[in-house]
Design a binder for this molecule. Structure first.
Ligand SMILES: O=c1ccn([C@@H]2O[C@H](COP(=O)(O)OP(=O)(O)O[C@H]3OC[C@@H](O)[C@H](O)[C@H]3O)[C@@H](O)[C@H]2O)c(=O)[nH]1
Length: 488
């Protein structure tokens, strides 16, 4: 193209030169025009020589290349440019360009995919003035429980900082907040100190599912001891109130039933669960030592079995295991005889309880759980029936030190926090759990109140109940939703 432009330009010059001759201009002027014309021709010649060449491939087809990446890639897409007609350096250069082009295309696709995942609009958060708005750190905020707490506190208008090492937490759980002016996500392992300024700390960081916390017991102990010291130290330095997420596992295999907070527990200090049980017990001990000695304002929540959306399908705990097995028509595996009991609370209830405890003046440990108790055998039958598939129920070897009975005494929470679970209060089998997966709607089973299902933060879950089909939002790829049939 450039060559033709120059030719036209040259023709114009020559015409002008001729006109000059005709109009008797000086020979000095004419020689100047001739020099310009020669320079133009020379430039075209050098340019062509430097960036274009032709060669033939094995089939005899010839190719002409210009110095344009797209054109070269388009003309010669195959990477086998080993023809000896083309200079090696050029072949190499083209191969590199083609590879670069390919990588650029891949990256562009990835950027587009990522852009699609960033919500265009954030949920409407409440406006709080600077007096009421708090800076709140949530360790483990990208985890199952932590991410729901993030949602609640963000919606209430606070500034939320999440610190997570992503061992069991996932960025998808909080991705709907990324970029929001009130939100910050820090990839940080709290085994290392964290230097920030905050008003409140919810210290939730720790693997909680038995297979996860047993996977690296030393790390579990470090997280619950060194990590807790770091958080209590931070609370002391900045004068923040800190809530420690403890567990019903501090009661071990309990000899008192149901378990009140005054019960000291029955824990095997050298068993496979000890890394978590004893880790949390030390975390509690540290909390009250800091409270007494350093005047740190502490709250301790003893959390009982919890389930809900964003519980990962590979979480390994009983709710996700049973639902997944039932959905796949695989045998539902009961560890041991199945007579051991648990009570399950829905995650929104737990989040309400954590916030109520943080805002209360009550400083002793508080049980947060749902007192409705099931044997694991009953729970397996319930899931099987709700999923409506043909799974069998199979007993496998019992797990070591598995607590045999567990049910919270929640009188303290009721009395001091005015809290009790709302979901499941009329628990029975007619509640529905909805399970969704990335590859579309799988099955409708039981369990969440409809106002929860309509939560604006949830995306793309299809809920079918009583012949009625609705599309609801869910953030994670695999989620459980629980709803009452009356909600439809
Ligand atoms: O596939 C399974 C999974 C679990 N189970 C049984 O179901 C019961 C519950 O087991 P989970 O793994 O869900 O959880 P656990 O109650 O043992 O521990 C939990 O306690 C409360 C929290 O602090 C923690 O989330 C976790 O430690 C156990 O008796 C277990 O043996 C099965 O029978 N089959």
């Amino acid at each position: 193209m450039e060559f033709f432009v120059d030719i036209i330009f040259l023709a114009a010059l020559l015409t002008w030169g001729g006109l000059c001759l005709v109009t008797e201009m000086s020979t000095r002027n004419i020689s100047w025009w001739v020099k310009v014309a020669v320079l133009c021709l020379y430039k075209n010649w050098v340019y062509t020589e430097e960036i274009s060449y032709t060669y033939r491939d094995k089939s005899g087809r010839s190719y002409h290349f210009n110095n344009i990446v797209e054109q070269a890639t388009h003309q010669y897409p195959a990477v086998e440019i080993n023809d000896n007609k083309a200079p090696d350096s050029k072949v190499h250069e083209i191969q590199k360009l083609q590879e670069a082009q390919k990588k650029i295309e891949e990256l562009e696709k990835k950027v587009k995919d990522l852009e699609k995942r960033i919500p265009q609009r954030y949920p409407d958060v409440k406006y709080l003035n600077y007096r009421s708005r708090k800076r709140i750190l949530i360790t483990g905020g990208a985890g199952f429980v932590g991410s729901h707490l993030v949602d609640k506190l963000m919606m209430a208008g606070h500034e939320v900082i999440v610190a997570d090492n992503f061992f069991t937490g996932r960025k998808q759980n909080v991705e709907h907040w990324i970029g929001h002016e009130n939100f910050e996500l820090i990839h940080h392992d709290i085994v290392n100190p964290l230097y920030i300024e905050v008003d409140e700390i919810y210290h939730l960081a720790s693997p909680a599912s038995p297979p996860h916390y047993m996977y690296n017991p030393v790390k579990t102990i470090k997280t619950n001891t060194v990590g807790t010291i770091n958080m209590l130290g931070l609370a002391k330095r900045v004068g923040a109130r800190v809530l420690i997420a403890s567990t019903s596992e501090v009661y071990g295999d309990p000899e008192v039933h149901p378990q009140p907070e005054t019960y000291w527990g029955h824990v095997n200090p050298i068993g496979p669960r000890a890394c978590y049980d004893e880790g949390k017990r030390v975390a509690e001990t540290l909390s009250y030592a800091y409270a007494k000695q350093e005047k740190v304002d502490v709250r301790v929540a003893r959390i009982f079995n919890t389930f809900g959306p964003r519980m990962h399908m590979n979480d390994g705990r009983v709710v996700s295991n049973f639902i997944l097995q039932a959905l796949r028509n695989e045998p539902i595996t009961i560890y041991g005889h199945g007579k051991q009991t648990r009570s399950f609370q829905y995650v929104s209830d737990l989040v309400d309880g954590l916030i109520a405890l943080m805002t209360s003046n009550y400083t002793l440990p508080v049980n947060l759980g749902n007192p409705t108790e099931y044997t694991i055998e009953e729970f397996a039958s319930m899931i099987k029936q709700l999923v409506g598939k043909q799974s069998t129920i199979r007993q496998v070897a019992a797990v070591e030190d598995d607590p045999q009975r567990r049910k919270p005494d929640i009188s303290r929470a009721k009395k001091y926090l005015g809290w009790e679970p709302k979901v499941f209060e009329t628990t029975n089998i007619d509640k529905l759990v909805v399970f969704s997966s990335n590859d579309g709607f799988r099955v409708v089973v039981p369990l969440v109140p409809v106002d929860w299902v309509c939560d604006p933060l949830m995306m793309n879950v299809v809920v079918i109940s009583g012949g009625c089909k609705k599309l609801f939002p869910v953030v994670s790829q695999f989620s459980f939703i629980v709803l009452t049939p009356s909600g439809f």
